[in-house]
Design a protein around this ligand. Structure first.
Ligand code: FCB
Length: 468
């Protein structure tokens, strides 16, 4: 097998988020977020009825977890601050919440780990949702206030900041496809939320630049956004209608954010289709073009799990009256991760790199999430040692790293890699159904951590930068 070498300054780390790990959902002045509220109102919506409350008990395990990360060859990781923990209902700092993050950042530094901090990971505080959530422009202002408070509080402790993780997901899952609380089926609401999240992002970046100008941030601090860019493909011999499906699919999920973070605007063709052709009303205000200009960031993260393959839809609207832009296209050669129902296509990350190189040549990026979630992974345990034998995880990561190495060779500005879920964690409505970690979390044994077989391989790659 060929050997690939990643550049020496390429960084390896891990990604996680506050709501999926911390636990302590109602201690230390933490307010309810929508995950807590949904868990309280309808626990049956969660796999095996495991709600948001405990995460992977990180608040009790963090010192050991940071040591574990370090021992696996990582020198950095991403997590998120929970808005519902950092601020109270008046938008002021909750001292106990702030103390937890100060302690986490201190302990990370002590363990030799740089922390990348994301401000929002699908975790709307419930009291703000009750005021309209992302459908209400005032919540964008509240977000900007929250971001600024975080910059002021932790500006001297954290270098790398991100406004949002996967901003397309709440509009889609909460408002359009009815998957997550409040489970609506309205494309109009999804567009309103997507537009307002874009505004909130731009306002957040503006507050970051203000904090920089005020001397509150570290000299080499950076701000970015993290998106789940799924390279979009259609058939090899597409019809006009297939290409149109591709334009809107790529436009709403990828170009929307890429244009925002590199040009400070939203893609004109997508906005035209939405407003002029479909009659969608965006909550735009007269000076929004200026507001959005602030959306340009210093770098971005790309979460890559699967490609998006589409073809022309067979009908124009669904049963709820929402427009249909595209239908899934099943590529005859596809390889699936059957647990998650996601296609495995490592070359997609190369294609994303080339798209950036050609269309956004100045943009620096890193792979901010990549990973494989396996259902009933406990069935793969070695009967003697009880260790999870997960060679498929090695294959998955190796294949992606190889395509990343090729992309860098061909000019992609990709500077690092974070594995998603180095330690198994709680995954929204799927809870602990699919396990992503290189380290197992045993829910029956007080959330005890146990490295899986793949952990040794990962450590070798992260420390040597040699992929084989
Ligand atoms: C991504 C999310 C992350 C995690 C992985 C499996 O979409 O960013 O929180 O749930 O999926």
């Amino acid at each position: 097998m060929a050997t690939y070498v990643l550049p020496q300054d390429f960084f390896f780390g891990a990604a996680m988020s506050g709501p999926q790990t911390e636990g302590g959902w109602n201690i230390g002045g933490k307010l309810e977020n929508l995950w807590d509220t949904w868990s309280i109102e309808d626990i049956s919506s969660f796999y095996n009825q495991v709600g948001s409350y405990v995460g992977n008990d990180f608040m009790h395990h963090y010192k050991d977890d940071l040591a574990l990360l370090e021992s696996l060859g990582m020198n950095n990781y991403r997590t998120s601050i929970q808005w519902s923990r950092l601020l109270d209902e008046n938008g002021e700092i909750n001292p106990e919440g702030a103390a937890w993050y100060h302690e986490l950042f201190r302990a990370s530094k002590e363990a030799g780990l740089e922390v990348f901090v994301n401000l929002y990971h699908f975790d709307m505080p419930t009291y703000l949702f009750r005021r309209g959530g992302w459908e209400n422009r005032e919540v964008c202002e509240a977000y900007a206030n929250y971001a600024y408070k975080a910059f002021c509080e932790f500006g001297q402790e954290v270098r790398f900041w991100f406004t949002f993780n996967e901003p397309i997901v709440e509009p889609e899952n909460r408002y359009w496809h009815s998957m997550w609380y409040p489970q609506h089926h309205s494309f109009q609401e999804a567009c309103t939320a997507q537009y307002n999240i874009s505004i909130a992002h731009a306002l957040g970046v503006a507050r970051y630049r203000q904090a920089v100008a005020e001397g509150r941030m570290l000299p080499d601090a950076r701000i970015g956004m993290i998106c789940n860019f799924s390279p979009s493909y259609t058939k090899d011999d597409p019809s006009e209608a297939d290409l149109e499906a591709l334009r809107m699919n790529d436009g709403l999920t990828n170009r929307w954010w890429l244009d925002l973070v590199t040009k400070g605007c939203l893609p004109a063709d997508v906005i035209k289709t939405l407003t002029e052709d479909l009659g969608i009303v965006l909550p735009a205000r007269p000076y929004d073009a200026d507001v959005l200009k602030d959306g340009v960031v210093d770098w971005i993260g790309c979460n890559y799990y699967q490609p998006s393959r589409v073809q022309a839809p067979s009908r124009t609207h669904d049963e709820w009256g929402n427009p249909l832009f595209a239908e899934p296209y099943v590529w005859p050669e596809r390889v699936m991760n059957e647990s998650r129902g996601w296609e495995i296509y490592p070359k997609g990350i190369y294609d994303f790199g080339m798209k950036c190189k050609n269309e956004y040549p100045e943009l620096e990026w890193y792979v901010s999430e990549n990973g494989i979630g396996i259902e009933r992974e406990y069935l793969n345990k070695d009967p003697k040692t009880q260790q999870v034998i997960d060679d498929y995880r090695v294959d998955f990561v190796r294949d992606h790293l190889i395509w990343i190495a090729k992309a860098i060779e061909d000019g992609a500005k990709c500077v690092g890699y974070h594995y998603w879920g180095l330690i198994d964690n709680w995954s929204w409505a799927n809870a602990y159904k699919n396990r992503y970690g290189f380290v197992e979390v045993d829910l029956m044994e007080n959330y005890e951590r146990r490295p899986k077989k793949s952990a040794a391989w990962l450590t070798k790659v992260a420390t040597s930068h040699v992929v084989e």
